[in-house]
Write a protein that binds this ligand. Sequence first.
Ligand code: PMV
Length: 312
Amino acid sequence: MTRADAPAKMILFGEHAVVYGRPAIALPLPDLRASAAVEPNTRGEAGQIELISPVTATDIWLHEAPSNHPLAAITKNTLTRIERTAPVPLRITVDSTIPLGAGLGSGAAVSVAMSRAIGRYFGLDLEPETLSSLAYEVEIIHHGSPSGIDNTVIAYEKPVFFIRGKTLELFSLDKPISVVLAHSGQVTPTATAVRKVRDLHERKPEFTEACLDEIADLTHRAYKALRGGKLDQLGEWMNRNHTLLQSLGVSTPALDNLVEIAVSAGARGAKLSGAGLGGCMISLVEPGTREAVFQALLEAGASQLCQVEVQV
Ligand code: PMV
C-alpha cells in the first residue's frame, strides 16, 4: 500500500481581500491531516480505479464518476500530468481528520494527499509546485475563481505570504503560535461568501475598497511581525481584521459570539478564518490563557474545538 498525506491550513490574515489582489497570510496546521492510500484492488479491471472516502460516504469508480467530482478530477488530472495509467485495478482510500466546510482547507488537503499518493505509487515524488497546481484545478470546481492560497499553503506545508499571481513568499515563524479553533456549526459554500463580497463591491465600491485596503495594511504589518517574532500586536490586528470582515458581510452572529467569548476569556485576538458565513473562528492564545479560552468556548457549546501549536 502506498500512502501520503497533507495538512489543513488556516488563513491568519487577508481572506477575501486576497481575491482582489491584496496579500494574505496562511499557515499549515500539521496536526490536522488528510491522507490517501493507493493499493491494488481485488475488483475491477486494469486501468480502473475505485475511489473511497468513508468520511463523505463515497465509493465510486473513476470511469463512472462525473468529471467534476473532486476525487475523480484530482485522480484523472494527476494521471494525465504524470502520463500514467493504472497497470492493475486500483483502490484509492481517502481519510481526513480535518473538519469539513470549516475553512480549514479540507478539500485542498484531500487533493494534495491523493496526488502525492498517486505519484508515489508510480515511484514519483511530485514537487509542491505540481501538487499545488493540480489541487488548484479542483479548487476551481469547488468555488469558481479561487485565489490559490489554500492549495499553495497545503502543498508547500509552510507559512505563506500570498498575493494572487505574484511570486510566492514562503517563510518560517520566528516563534510558535498557539491557537484555539472553534467551529460555528454552520457551513456555507465558499463561492456564496465570495459572491456576497462581490455584490457589495459592485454596490459600494469605495467602501469595499477601503475595507480591503485596511485588511492589506494589517496583513503587511502582521507579516513583518511574524517574521521578526514580535507578536504583541498580532491579536489586536486579528480583532480588527474580524471587524473588517463583518463590514464585508461575511461574519455571522455565531462567529461574532465565538470571537467575543474567546477574547473575553483572555485570547490576544480572534477572527473568523476562511470564507466565513460559518466555518471556523481562530483565537490567538498563550500558554497561560489557552485553557481558560478553551473552557469558555466549551461551556458556550462551541463545536469541534481544538488547540493547535503552529511551529513551522
Ligand atoms: O474557506 P476557504 O478556506 O475556502 O477560504 C477561502 C478564502 C477566500 O479568500 C474567501 C477565497 C479565496 O479564493 O481565497
